[in-house]
Design a binder for this molecule. Structure first.
Ligand SMILES: O=P(O)(O)OC[C@H]1O[C@H](OP(=O)(O)OP(=O)(O)O)[C@H](O)[C@@H]1O
Ligand SMILES: Nc1nc2[nH]cnc2c(=O)[nH]1
Length: 186
């Protein structure tokens, strides 16, 4: 499938966007999240599941900060699918590692309405996980949370705008950006 946006448009979206967090601020937040995860899970040998695609960058930056034994796998589930409003959750890949009697840590980029993390927590529980913890780099601030209210581990808050960078996309683009930005006008 061809990208929805051409290179000039992608560069213009980035140039006009409002920067909410620098890479340095995100790095400090990841240090804090990693410290809190370590204190709570260091002797649990957790299965860490990145929720793709958005979880890719936060998980990739968080996991090397965890200096204790973990197993790594991923789930691919999406409800926005390149749009700026969510729909029902589309499951693309279930984890390969058995979750039975395991402590599970889910890692995602953003908690918005909370439906994605809630559905994935329920899936893990159905698979027999002993305990399920959630980490989201960012929590969006609004009163429309209808699923999971808060992640167990989180670092940054963003206003009620559409944000991208550090794993988060705008129309399937800009996930690689080393900062967190709000789209101009959204
Ligand atoms: O709290 P919610 O309102 O459910 O939204 C949060 C979810 O939305 C994004 O995923 P998206 O469906 O855009 O897929 P992606 O990971 O491929 O970006 C993000 O990565 C979270 O998983
Ligand atoms: N990229 C991105 N994904 C989301 N999923 C839910 N909210 C958002 C958001 O603001 N940005």
């Amino acid at each position: 499938m061809n990208p929805q946006l051409d290179i000039e448009t992608i560069e213009a979206v980035l140039a006009k966007a409002d920067q909410l967090y620098t890479e340095r601020e995100i790095s400090a937040a990841l240090d804090e999240i990693a410290g809190n995860i370590t204190r709570q899970l260091h002797n649990k040998h957790p299965v860490c599941l990145s929720i793709m695609l958005g979880g890719l960058v936060p998980a990739g930056q968080l996991l090397p900060r965890l200096n204790f034994p973990v197993e790594i796998d991923y789930i691919h589930a999406t409800r926005y699918r390149g749009a700026t409003e969510g729909n029902e959750l589309h499951w693309i890949k279930y984890p390969s590692i058995s979750l039975e009697n395991r402590t599970v840590l889910l890692i995602d980029d953003i908690l918005d309405e909370g439906l994605t993390l809630q559905a994935v927590v329920e899936y893990c529980q159905q698979q027999g996980a002993e305990q399920v913890f959630t980490a989201a780099l960012v929590e969006k601030q609004h009163k429309r949370r209808i699923g999971l209210q808060h992640a167990d581990f989180t670092g940054l808050t963003v206003p009620d705008r559409y944000v991208f960078g550090y794993g988060m996309d705008y129309q399937n683009q800009l996930r690689y950006v080393a900062g967190i930005y709000a789209v101009h006008g959204l």
